[in-house]
Design a protein around this ligand. Structure first.
Ligand code: BES
Ligand code: MN
Ligand code: MN
Length: 462
C-alpha cells in the first residue's frame, strides 16, 4: 500500500481527535436516559463516512436506534466488502471505579501499551475499532487506492441484542449484498502475536424470579417454617453445575460439537502462559470444566454463569427479614450447533422442574444468538492473513473467541456471506469494565492493516 505509513504519521493527531469526539458522546443503548446521545453518535458516524469518501450515507430508522448505512460503489463488476460495527456502548457503571471519567477520553501508558492507550467507554468496544475502518477508507479514497466496492453498516443496538438489525438485514438483502463481511469487534493474542478470530460463541441470556410467601416476613416469626426464596434460589443455582463443573441441565451438551484431537492439539499451540493469566487476574488457581484447558474452556466449550443476583435487604445495618422474592440474571455461552432458543427452553424446563413446591419460579428470556465458526480455507481468510503478514511481519494465528456477536450467524443465514473478524483489541483492554482502553498503537495498526485486506481480497477474487 503506497504511502500508508506516511499517511498515518501525517494524520495521527487528527485520527485521534476525531475518535475522541466520538468517544465523548455517551451512546449507552441500554439506558433510555442516553437516547439522545445514541442518536447523536449515529449522526456523527454519518458525517465521518461522508468525509471519508462514501458517496451515499443514510440514517436508517428502526423501531429502536438507527442503523447508519454508507457505500462507495466504484464498479459493479468488482467485489464488495461490507463493514459492520457498532456505535453503542455498555453502561459505564460502576462509575466510581474509573480512574478518569468514561466520556472524557485521555491517553495513558500501560504495561501492555507502552506507547499509550485511549481510556474511555467504547474506546475498544467498538468505537475505536469501528473508526479504524472509516479512516482506512479515507486513506484508500484520498490516495486513489480503493480496489473494490465498500458498504458500511454501523448499528446502535449491538450491546442490547441487535434485534432491529436482524429485521433490517432480512428486509434489505439486495442493498446489503456483498462478497465478504469485515468486522473489527474482537481481539488478538498480543501486539507481537497477531491472531484472527475464527469463532464466536452463541448466547442465551435470561432472568429468573423465585417467589416464596406473598410478602416479606419477619425472619424470627416465620423463619424455618416457610421457604426462603434466596436460600432456594442459591441452592437451585448451585445445582446447575456438578462436581466436575459440567452443566447439569438435561440435553445441554447433546449438540455440542466435540473437537478432534488434532484440532485441540492445533489450538494448544497458541502461546499462553497460565502463570501470567493468574497473575493479571490476581487469582491463586484457575477453575472450570474438568477435562479442558483454559483456552478450551473459554472458547470451544459452553458455559452457564450467573451475571447478577439480588433480593432481600442489602442496605445499611441489619434487617431481619425473609424476602418474598429473589432474582438472578443468567447467561449461557454456547458453541456452534447448540441452538440458543432450544437451550433457553431446556433451561426453562429444567429450572421449573428442580424448583421445590414451596416456591414459584418464573424464567424470562432476554435475548440470544447462535455461535459462529469461520473456515480458514477461504479467500477472505487468506486475504486477512496476508494483510496481517504485511503489517505485523508475521502470520496471524487463527483463534476461536469466547465472546458473542450474535448477528454474525444471521449474516450468514440471510446474506449468505462469510465474516472475517479482524480484531485489534487485547483481552486486558477491559471492555465492558471500568477503565476500558484501546492501544494507540493498535488503533493505528488497524488503520494500516485494513487497506491490505481490501487489496488482497480483490486480487484473490479475480
Ligand atoms: N465486541 C463484543 C464481543 C466480543 C468481544 C467478541 C471480544 C469477541 C472478543 C460485543 O460488543 C459484545 O459485548 N457482545 C456481547 C453479546 C451481546 C448480545 C450483548 C457479549 O459477548 O457479551
Ligand atoms: Mn462489540
Ligand atoms: Mn460489547
Amino acid at each position: 500500500m503506497k504511502d500508508i505509513k506516511s499517511y498515518i504519521s501525517d494524520n495521527k493527531d487528527r485520527f485521534l481527535s476525531e475518535l475522541f469526539d466520538l468517544l465523548k458522546i455517551p451512546s449507552v443503548s441500554a439506558d433510555p436516559a442516553f437516547s439522545k446521545d445514541v442518536i447523536k453518535a449515529a449522526q456523527k458516524i454519518k458525517e465521518s463516512l461522508l468525509h471519508a469518501g462514501c458517496n451515499l450515507v443514510e440514517i436508517c430508522e428502526t423501531k429502536g436506534f438507527p442503523i447508519v448505512y454508507g457505500e462507495k460503489i466504484i464498479d459493479k463488476n468488482l467485489p464488495t466488502v461490507l463493514v459492520y460495527g457498532h456505535y453503542d456502548v455498555q453502561p459505564a457503571d460502576p462509575i466510581e471505579l474509573w480512574d478518569s471519567p468514561p466520556y472524557e477520553p485521555i491517553i495513558k501508558k500501560t504495561d501492555k501499551h507502552p506507547d499509550g492507550a485511549i481510556f474511555a467507554r467504547g474506546a475498544c468496544d467498538d468505537k475505536g475499532q469501528m473508526y479504524m475502518h472509516v479512516k482506512a477508507l479515507e486513506f484508500m479514497v484520498k490516495t486513489n487506492q480503493l480496489p473494490c466496492n465498500v458498504k458500511f453498516m454501523i448499528e446502535g443496538e449491538e450491546e442490547v441484542g441487535s434485534n432491529n438489525l436482524g429485521i433490517f438485514v432480512a428486509e434489505n438483502k439486495e442493498k446489503l449484498k456483498n462478497d465478504i463481511i469485515l468486522i473489527s469487534d474482537t481481539g488478538m493474542i498480543a501486539n507481537d502475536i497477531p491472531s484472527i478470530t475464527t469463532g464466536l460463541r452463541g448466547l442465551s441470556y435470561l432472568e429468573v424470579e423465585v417467589t416464596g410467601p406473598n410478602r416479606d416476613l419477619h425472619s424470627g416469626l416465620y423463619g424455618g417454617a416457610v421457604a426462603n426464596p434466596i436460600n432456594i434460589l442459591t441452592k437451585m443455582i448451585a445445582s446447575l453445575h456438578d462436581e466436575n463443573n459440567h452443566v447439569t441441565i438435561a440435553g445441554f451438551y447433546d449438540k455440542v460439537e466435540e473437537l478432534s484431537r488434532e484440532e485441540r492439539a492445533q489450538m494448544a499451540k497458541a502461546p499462553f502462559s497460565l502463570e501470567n493469566y493468574k497473575k493479571t487476574l490476581n487469582i491463586n488457581a484457575i477453575y472450570g470444566e474438568e477435562g479442558y484447558t483454559t483456552n478450551e474452556r473459554n472458547s470451544i466449550r459452553p458455559t452457564l454463569d450467573v451475571n447478577g443476583i439480588w433480593g432481600g435487604y442489602i442496605g445499611e445495618g441489619a434487617k431481619t427479614v425473609i424476602a418474598s422474592k429473589a432474582y438472578a440474571k443468567i447467561s449461557m455461552r454456547l458453541v456452534p450447533n447448540q441452538d440458543w432458543e432450544e437451550i433457553t427452553q431446556l433451561f426453562k424446563t429444567h429450572f421449573e422442574k428442580i424448583a421445590p413446591k414451596a416456591v414459584n419460579v418464573k424464567v424470562t428470556p432476554h435475548h440470544g444468538g447462535q455461535g459462529y465458526v469461520t473456515p480458514i480455507n477461504t479467500i477472505g481468510y487468506s486475504a486477512a492473513s496476508k494483510a496481517y503478514e504485511a503489517t505485523f511481519g508475521k502470520k496471524p494465528i487463527p483463534q476461536r473467541s469466547g465472546g458473542s456477536i450474535p448477528i454474525v450467524a444471521l449474516f450468514e443465514k440471510e446474506l449468505n456471506s462469510k465474516t472475517i473478524l479482524m480484531g485489534f483489541g487485547l483481552n486486558s483492554d477491559a471492555i465492558h469494565s471500568p477503565n476500558e482502553h484501546f492501544g494507540v498503537w493498535n488503533y493505528l495498526k488497524g488503520i494500516e492493516t485494513i487497506p491490505y485486506f481490501y487489496k488482497y481480497f480483490t486480487e484473490l477474487s479475480k
